[in-house]
Ligand binder design. Structure first.
Ligand SMILES: [Fe+2]
Length: 456
């Protein structure tokens, strides 16, 4: 019988919490900037007690929320996303996939005043501002199947661009949702394949799809049927925005690899498309996947050998220049989202110990202009979450703002919300949370201005 205690995604920083709580009046060290009035929401996999998922990503999603207002930390609460899957409903049925049977544990976003918990093989799940589950949301029937957990909100138009990637045809659907929350465009993207597409990019003029070597593999029995294939071409698809864009998509061959997350993409002054993001090679994918399924031969971290790669795609020449740009193992890239799709100078990410365990965890900041890199170390046995950038009141500079990260602290069996100055990475304030927050995946800052003003 398998020793479930050894599943890496159920131990250490990833040990699930057993219940839902609400705590008010949280202790704060330092000074919380008053413009941080809203909610920091985080999602991650937190199976119910006694449940051992066959894959990290199949664990039921739990959203943790921290409510800040006018310099106070008013509450912390955690809630499972109450989907049919939480009660054991299967994804595959006699009629095909049940898109409501979702782990809903990858991301949580706000768009058009609606909070959505996301998982890429399912419909989104709508939540209330107090994190109670409303139900599955299919955009009034206009979403025909799965939706990526990494939609991109265009900072210029307010539109939400996203895709649905399927292991079976149609392999790739593209959607545009307007700023009011209505899907106004959908199209099948031609020439796509079953390659696993977790994230994508938008620039000011293009949509960029990434197909790596990880693709549909029906022989994979972890419950998520994907695996590395040398036969799967690694490609980047560049598609003009607009209703007619799919007809003009162009695919470019790239070096083998797999990218989980996009840092950013943009057109440079010469009309080339620059794309960056942490990427793994075949060995890195093997070490990571074995961690995700709790198999032997895994890395010490869930993201092994993950280094930022830069592709420069020249449509005029039909060429791609690509290279690894840093030797620090990182994941969960973030930026000032006002720069999403445009050239950004600053980039943030969670840094992991190297393969020998050196370096520890931290929040890394890159200056893409000077090449400088700075790290805020969080200390022993402490793991920070994805650092969400929030602009300061009246900000003018790209890094004039704050980074919000939730630290899992094993020694204290507790967590803190760190508010870092995004410029120098100094700690501005620490909010003490009443329990350890399970190390998770992605999250968002949702300012009050984006939600119903009557929400508490
Ligand atoms: Fe992701």
């Amino acid at each position: 019988m398998e020793n479930t205690a050894k599943k890496p995604y159920l131990t250490g920083h990833y040990t699930p919490v057993a219940d839902e709580i609400t705590a008010t009046g949280l202790a704060v060290e330092g000074t919380l900037p008053p413009e941080l009035t809203g909610r920091l929401l985080r999602n991650g996999h937190n199976p119910k007690p006694g449940v051992t998922p066959t894959h990290w990503f199949k664990g039921s999603g739990m959203v943790h929320g921290i409510r800040l207002r006018d310099g106070r930390a008013e509450w912390y609460r955690n809630r499972w996303v109450h989907t049919p899957a939480l009660e054991g409903a299967p994804y595959m049925t006699e009629k095909g996939p049940d898109f409501t049977a979702s782990a809903a544990g990858t991301h949580v976003i706000e768009h058009a005043g609606r909070l959505l918990a996301l998982c890429e093989s399912n419909f989104p799940f709508e939540l209330t501002p107090e994190l109670e589950t409303v139900g599955a949301f299919d955009f009034d029937g206009k979403l025909s199947g799965m939706m990526t957990a990494h939609p991109k909100e265009d900072p210029v138009t307010g539109e939400l661009h996203f895709f649905g990637s399927s292991p079976l045809p149609p392999y790739l659907m593209y959607y545009v949702c307007d700023a009011k929350g209505e899907i106004v465009h959908s199209a099948e993207v031609p020439q796509a394949s079953a390659s696993l597409k977790h994230d994508f990019a938008i620039t000011r003029r293009h949509v960029v799809f990434i197909e790596g070597n990880v693709t549909f593999d029906p022989t994979e029995h972890s419950g998520i049927p994907y695996g590395w294939s040398d036969r799967q071409p690694a490609r980047i698809g560049v598609m003009p925005k607009g209703a007619d864009g799919a007809r003009h998509i162009r695919w470019y061959s790239v070096e083998p690899g797999n990218m989980l997350h996009v840092s950013n993409a943009y057109e440079d002054d010469e009309g080339r498309i620059v794309l960056e993001g942490p990427t793994v090679d075949q060995e890195g994918f093997r070490l990571s996947w074995n961690w995700w399924i709790g198999a032997p031969g895994r890395g010490a971290e869930p993201n092994a050998r993950s280094y930022i790669r830069r592709w420069v795609i020249d449509p005029a020449a039909g060429s791609v220049d690509e290279r690894i740009v840093d030797d620090l193992a990182v994941e969960f890239p973030t930026l000032n989202e006002a720069y999403l799709g445009a050239e950004n100078r600053y980039q943030y990410a969670v840094s992991f110990p190297d393969e020998k365990g050196f370096g520890g965890y931290g929040i890394a900041k890159y200056d893409r202009t000077t090449g400088a890199r700075r790290i805020h170390r969080v200390g022993d046995a402490r793991l920070p979450s994805e650092a969400v950038f929030v602009p300061a009141a009246g900000s003018t500079g790209e890094d004039d703002g704050y980074l919000l990260t939730v630290v899992s602290d094993l020694k204290q069996d507790a967590s803190q919300l760190l508010v870092l100055d995004a410029s120098g990475l100094d700690t501005v304030a620490t909010v003490h949370l009443p329990r350890r927050v399970t190390a998770g995946i992605h999250g968002s800052w949702v300012p009050d201005a984006d939600l119903d003003a009557t929400a508490s």
